[in-house]
Design a protein around this ligand. Sequence first.
Ligand code: 8YV
Length: 339
Amino acid sequence: MTAKPKVWVSRPLFPDVLARLAQYFDVDAEAVERRHSAEELKRKLAGVDAAVLGLTDRVDAAVLEGNQRLRVVANLGVGFNNLDIDALTRAGVLASNTPDVLNESVADFAWALMLAAARRVGAAERWLRAGHWPGSHMRFDDWLGLDLHGRTLGILGMGRIGRGVARRAAGFDMRVLYHNRSRLPDEVERECGAALVSKAELLRQADFLVLVLPFTRENRHAIGAPELAQMKPSAVLVNIARGGIVDDAALAAALREGRLAAAGLDVFEDEPNVHPDLLTLDNVVLCPHIASASEETRRAMASLAADNVVAALGYGEVAGKPPTPLNPAVMARWTASKA
Ligand code: 8YV
């Protein structure tokens, strides 16, 4: 009997998903959540046929150097800026991500942050828990926040998640503007009730600006000091995309100086570290990268990552056809180069 292919799972995962992998593979699953150094990653990946990885596992040419065995890396996320796809392709390693299954949960969460930031939910809750309510003689005009209804929602990056955010705006009677590399088809614009504008116009007009663009080299600090200066002082910024798209220091300065009303952030430039200035401000809601973290969605993401590994290594119902590959052309080369 030939040995089963070996799979490394770099983070603790749902037991049923691990059990599915164990049907076909010899599974080495981490039981504790922690960061792996480049050397550790290199060593782990050299000894397996496939890996299920988290966003803190950075796979580049150096990590892949000399690796003769690895065939698949399945990323637990739709964003894959932790993976050097060119290097993986050159090394003959198939990469996959988890698109679509998280769209609606992440779109929901954009609204959670918009509402929480506008209506000061975090600060009010901290105040209540600190015991200030009794005896404070809370005034009728205390804790005033901003309304969402009737305002203009701006969306930067109008992919599947952005469209989900836009569709929900109808319930709040909001006008929706978006900016994207390309214009959406008419019927999609109609369905989302959204109109395309330039980035400058979006910054100028948005009362709520939600960032949903992928993190690439080009859009590092897409929202920095110059962009923040173009926004209304009464505006609310929400980032559910990636840290690094926003210049966190510039954002903290704008929030502190009243050049921006509030912000809701799920992602940060140096996760898990949050810029110390942001931590001192009450007009920003800070969450630890949890936009996709609903029970159903995280399960769906884990299953999809597992499905990609199972199928890519030639097992299961759709053997040979991983559902969400990022560099599918790699598979055609396997027969020739890797047995
Ligand atoms: C993370 C995300 O995957 O999908 C993405 O790109 O950023 C999130 O869904 C999740 O937080 C797990 O780390």
